[in-house]
Design a protein around this ligand. Structure first.
Ligand SMILES: NC(=O)c1ccc[n+]([C@@H]2O[C@H](COP(=O)([O-])OP(=O)(O)OC[C@H]3O[C@@H](n4cnc5c(N)ncnc54)[C@H](OP(=O)(O)O)[C@@H]3O)[C@@H](O)[C@H]2O)c1
Length: 266
């Protein structure tokens, strides 16, 4: 099979949660540039709509915004209902929306556990559960559908920031990925996880002390701490996401693949 077919996402329908910015936007852009139709979702309607418009124009492709809060069942059900009214199937689900909470160990509040686990673990489970009919609708043994969960290297080793609940939530997500993958493989749905290292996003800017100011963060300085001497790029993450949602990934099931410049192995 030629590489164009082996790694193709052309004509596929994808949902990328948290696609309004950061890693989700990078993955959505990679799909759009390669011929997929992409739905993106996040809580802030204005930003989600603006990103969908910008990406549609940039790639001459269809990017559609469906804002929703995916940390609760009402938001999840609203997104699923809207998607069902527009599509009879989806081929790719990227559970990327995620949050962190920073506070020192001795002061860490209960809400820092609830918000993080509701979004990063519980929400992923219920969105995937409720999207199974759409994921199964056209999936076959030869042409499965794909679920990608965005975990973190903080779920593989101790986190470098004062986040307490974030690493455990990502370890739980990696475990959930394996559990779902084992069950879904029999239903022609292939699930895997990506564990990213440092990517230049809003979330990481809050971790490195620039409080959400992505543009004015010294990403070169952050990158110098990485074995590859740089932070991640859109190509790094979208290349892996495209592999995990194409024919090339037909027998790779339940894996947690790092995309971290070598941090974990170093
Ligand atoms: N950046 C990194 O270095 C890094 C490293 C490892 C793992 N990750 C993981 O990669 C994923 C993306 O992170 P990022 O760095 O791109 O973060 P980000 O810039 O903060 O983006 C997070 C995205 O998720 C959305 N979101 C947050 N809570 C949501 C909710 N309850 N419902 C729906 N959407 C929600 C946000 O939009 P709204 O605010 O509008 O909802 C935004 O679109 C996360 O799962 C994160 O844990 C990131």
């Amino acid at each position: 099979m030629k590489i164009e077919e082996l790694f193709s996402v052309k004509g596929k329908v994808a949902l990328v949660t948290g696609g309004s910015r950061g890693i989700g936007e990078m993955i959505a852009a990679g799909y759009l540039e390669n011929g997929a139709k992409v739905y993106i979702s996040s809580r802030k309607k204005e930003q989600c709509d603006a990103t969908a418009k910008r990406l549609s124009e940039r790639y001459g492709a269809e990017c559609i915004s469906i804002p929703a809060n995916l940390s609760d069942l009402a938001g999840i059900d609203a997104l699923v209902a809207e998607l069902k009214s527009r599509e009879d199937h989806i081929d790719i689900l990227v559970n990327n929306a995620g949050v962190s909470w920073g506070a020192p160990l001795d002061e860490f509040p209960e809400i820092g556990w609830d918000k993080v686990f509701d979004t990063n673990v519980k929400g992923v489970f219920f969105l995937t559960q409720r999207l199974l009919p759409l994921l199964e609708a056209r999936a076959t043994k030869d042409e499965p559908s794909y679920v990608i969960n965005i975990g973190s290297i903080d779920g593989l080793r101790a986190a470098s920031f004062d986040t307490q609940s974030y690493g455990p939530s990502k370890a739980a997500l990696h475990s959930l990925t394996q559990q779902l993958a084992a069950k879904l493989a029999k239903r022609n749905i292939i699930a895997n996880a990506i564990a990213p290292g440092p990517f230049p996003t809003w979330m990481l800017s809050t971790g490195v002390g620039t409080g959400g100011d992505v543009e004015n963060t010294d990403w070169d300085a952050v990158g110098r701490l990485n074995p590859r001497k740089r932070v991640g790029t859109p190509e790094d993450i979208s290349g892996l996401a495209i592999f995990l949602s194409s024919r090339a990934c037909g027998f790779t099931v339940g894996a947690v693949i790092t995309c971290d410049g070598g941090t974990v192995v170093s």
